[in-house]
Design a protein around this ligand. Structure first.
Ligand code: ADP
Ligand code: MG
Length: 824
């Protein structure tokens, strides 16, 4: 624009634009539109699919203000940040309208309902590397949850990020090379991350002298990250942050760690075949959005401490023992809306009268809820349900039954709440009544029976007489002609205008007064921020527990016995998800027993499609469910608490990561061997598959050996390498299992039962037949197989049970290549 003289409005625009970071799009309110100019317009037009135009060679595009929400959400979903400049004064001829940036909307900090998913948190995170530590801070701006953690490795950080899936991730603009490739990453002022100013900012925000009280002592990297998040919210997004009341240090020592790959392999939250096929999908019977979000968090962070788990179990047991109270409580929960996010929205100066009403209706259920919980004999979250009788009474007596979404157009406040408002309303009502009567009076006065009193936005009230009647009638003196239409004339009278002023004046003042009353109600809510947040958290917990009890009842889950040991015993266990989704078959339950001295490492063999993968995941999922405090799909279970759950799938078995390679598989296996402890549970599905047979078997063998000898953790290893079954002969705590199948008329029948001992053969050809390979190919394969078996170094391929004599050196497998190829 240099050279051309800027109009005052463009100068105003430019100065605002300069105050914003380059990548923020500025939506500039111009009458009924939000306009974007220059590069902003060029960036936004294709995303919004609107026309890019030019005025005085300035590229621009705009969206109508009444549909702005929709357009803004498209920009935010496309990863853009959007600043809104509103007009703050009314247009006056010859004077420039003042404008102000009222909010900056970014994916990680949105509070607008239509931009959010009810059932998941929305995280804004920051990472900061300092010395040997990587600090992570995470805010859910919609709820006020604010937490920090520190990690020793990038891998551990990535695992946590996989759980949090932040919508925005800040990193210091001096640490591009460390974090520049992170999803949703964006550089931010390095200064904001420096532990000292960051700590100071946090102390000021929380009004404390030191962060030690939050457990942040010595966590410099984490404090840097937390300070940066807060700095970003306050200084760049200009967000009020009063609802961030405390800082939580996430301690890994308390939760079961589930790395990103295991989370995906166990289909905890997401799966390729949809939410229904995830553990969350099966368990979630929550009634409130807070509950849904909390359950998600519990599944991603199971506990490894006995005490809180027992408390959760007791709560669920109480629900199960009292079906009537249980359903009554769930009924109350149904009436409770998103108290957590609504409260925050209101505290942010956002939210409308509908939010206030929803809050009041929700809080109204608390006394009954509380009473029922007392009858149930439970405590815990009960103590955090506060009493809001006064607030709810105020809100429900003040708000009309169906307030509008707009907050400045009236219709919010009920009659009888404010004497002043009632007076204005009656003035306006009387006036309107007078006007309504006017039509009759004027018809009588003029003798024109088709005379009408009408209203439009341009003229206000007027009297309309059709041209046909006009010719024959005398128009009274006090009529002033206002407009001539094709077949009618419009008039006004001084009396009509006077009354109109009264009506409109009263209406205008009433609207203004209603707005002020609304603001004061909203302010009232904000004074209860702390107890409201606490109550919302308690409701979430009650909802999750009531939902888990419901799931347990519906699916016949049992309460597992939890203990500090390395035992794991499951009687008639089922796969929680598959058992719900199987259509053709009935799910066949199976027992599992891990005895530290006999069967710590279990090798599972059996033909393809027999049910190996299902079974080993079922054991992992039952363990995980037990450690969120839930009941489990079994007749009985004893779970010695685990510290980590690993679940790995061999490369060629893992279709979800199409370009997955053997390297990835080995990386993941390395992670297990480096991090598993004797308290961990390790599930390995066809590990060693992604490479040549010899390599693969050797690696699988060595991995199993290491898990047994060095780590000694509960391990389930499903494999097509029959050679691995020989491990049981030399290793005391290795046991073999297989999935039973029966041959019948050359067909294979899957029995889905896990039996002791190794599989007798691979049944590859039968499975191939089942899959529809043409008969000649099947016959030919049979010939080749019998030929190979005859010439094999180990002719007794069919009888490779535990008693089969092994001719190889015990500790060094020497597999038979052609036979292996068939198994693979
Ligand atoms: P594998 O890993 O041995 O190839 P899977 O575990 O993938 O076999 O199971 C194959 C299919 O068998 C599953 O998709 C499921 O339909 C069925 N299945 C597995 N286990 C059971 C069971 N216990 N009861 C009923 N059906 C089962
Ligand atoms: Mg499998």
């Amino acid at each position: 624009m240099s050279g051309t003289k800027l109009t005052p409005m463009m100068a105003q625009y430019q100065s605002m634009r300069r105050s914003l970071p380059d990548d923020v799009l500025l939506l500039f309110r111009l009458g009924d539109f939000y306009e974007m100019f220059f590069e902003d317009a060029q960036k936004a037009a294709p995303i919004l699919n609107v026309a890019l135009t030019r005025r005085n060679s300035v590229p621009m595009c705009g969206v109508p203000y009444h549909a702005a929400d929709n357009y803004i959400s498209r920009l935010v979903k496309a990863g853009k940040r959007v600043a809104i400049a509103e007009q703050t004064t009314d247009p006056v001829p010859g004077k420039i309208v003042e404008r102000e940036i009222t909010r900056i909307i970014s994916a990680g900090s949105v509070i607008e309902e239509h931009l959010l998913d009810d059932s998941r948190p929305n995280h804004l995170a920051a990472v900061f590397s300092l010395g040997k530590k990587i600090g992570l801070a995470c805010v859910d701006h919609t709820t006020g949850a604010f937490s920090v953690a520190e990690f020793d490795t990038r891998g551990a950080l990535l695992d946590e990020l996989a759980r949090l899936t932040p919508s925005e991730l800040l990193f210091s603009d001096e640490q591009h090379e460390l974090f520049g490739d992170f999803r949703a990453g964006q550089p931010y002022d390095a200064f904001a991350f420096l532990p000292e100013p960051a700590g100071q900012l946090l102390c000021d925000h929380f009004s404390v002298h030191s962060l030690d009280g939050f457990g942040c002592h010595g966590l410099h990297a984490a404090v840097g990250a937390a300070g940066a998040v807060l700095h970003y919210l306050i200084h760049q997004l200009r967000r009020p942050c009063d609802h961030l009341r405390t800082l939580k240090v996430r301690e890994d020592a308390r939760t079961v760690l589930i790395d990103a790959a295991s989370q995906a392999n166990l289909d905890l939250i997401d799966s390729r075949s949809g939410r229904k096929h995830t553990l969350l999908g099966v368990l979630d019977r929550t009634k409130t959005p807070m509950g849904a979000r909390l359950l998600r968090d519990w599944i991603l962070h199971p506990l490894r401490e006995l005490e809180p788990l027992l408390a959760r179990q007791d709560f669920i047991a109480a629900f199960l023992a009292e079906p009537f109270l249980h359903s009554k409580i769930r009924e109350s929960l149904t009436g409770i809306r998103d108290v957590e996010r609504t409260t925050v929205r209101l505290s942010q100066g956002a939210g409308n009268a509908r939010d206030l009403l929803a809050l009041a209706t929700s809080l109204d259920h608390i006394p009954a809820l509380k009473e029922d919980l007392i009858s149930l004999g439970t405590t815990g979250p009960l103590e955090h349900l506060h009493d809001f009788t006064q607030l709810t009474e105020l809100l429900s007596s003040a708000l009309s039954d169906e307030p509008p979404a707009q907050i400045k157009d009236g219709g919010i406040i009920r009659d009888g709440h404010s004497a002043e408002l009632d007076e204005l309303r009656s003035a306006s009502r009387d006036g309107k009544h007078w006007i309504a009567k006017l039509q009759e009076d004027e018809r009588r006065r003029t003798g024109i029976d088709t005379l009408k009193v009408k209203y439009n936005n341009v003229f206000g009230y007027f009297i309309e007489i059709t041209s046909a009647k006009l010719a024959s009638a005398t128009i009274p003196d006090d009529y002033t002609r206002k407009q001539t239409m094709a077949n009618a004339e419009r008039f006004i009278t001084p009396a009509l205008k006077e009354m109109e002023n009264k009506v409109l004046g009263a209406e205008e003042r009433a609207k203004q007064l209603e707005y002020e009353l609304f603001l004061s109600l909203r302010q009232q809510v904000c004074t209860h921020l702390d107890p409201l947040q606490e109550t919302a958290a308690a409701i979430a917990e009650i909802d999750v527990l009531a939902g888990l009890a419901e799931t347990a009842r519906a699916h016949n889950h049992c309460r597992p016995l939890l203990e500090e040991s390395r035992r794991l015993e499951i009687q008639d266990g089922r796969h929680p998800v598959l058992e719900q989704t199987l259509v053709d078959e009935k799910f066949v339950p199976n027992d599992s027993t891990f005895e530290p001295e006999e069967s710590l490492v279990q090798i599972l063999t059996g033909p393809n499609m027999a049910g190996k993968s299902t079974y080993i995941r079922q054991v992992a999922l039952i363990t995980l469910m037990a450690q969120i405090g839930a009941c489990v799909p079994a007749v009985a279970a004893t779970v010695g608490l685990v510290d980590r759950i690993f679940c790995r799938v061999g490369a060629s078995d893992d279709l979800s990561r199409g370009q997955s390679t053997f390297m990835v598989e080995m990386n993941e296996t390395a992670l297990i061997l480096n991090h598993a402890t004797d308290k961990s549970l390790v599930i390995l599905d066809e590990i060693g598959r992604g490479t040549a047979t010899f390599d693969g078997l050797s690696i699988a063998w060595a991995v199993a050996e290491h898990l047994h000898d060095t780590i000694a953790c509960r391990t389930l290893f499903a494999t097509h390498y029959h050679e691995l079954t020989d491990l049981a002969e030399t290793k005391t705590s290795v046991a073999n299992f297989n999935v039973a199948v029966r041959e019948w008329n050359d067909e294979i029948i899957f029995l889905r039962k896990i039996l002791p001992g190794p599989a007798d053969k691979s049944y590859g050809i039968q499975v191939a037949r089942l899959a529809g390979l043409p008969a000649p190919v099947i016959d030919r394969a049979r010939d080749i197989l019998s030929h190979l078996e005859m010439h094999s170094a180990k002719p007794d391929a069919k009888q490779r049970g535990p008693k089969a004599k092994n001719t190889r050196p015990k500790d060094m497998p020497e597999p038979n290549p052609p036979q292996l190829d068939l198994f693979g």
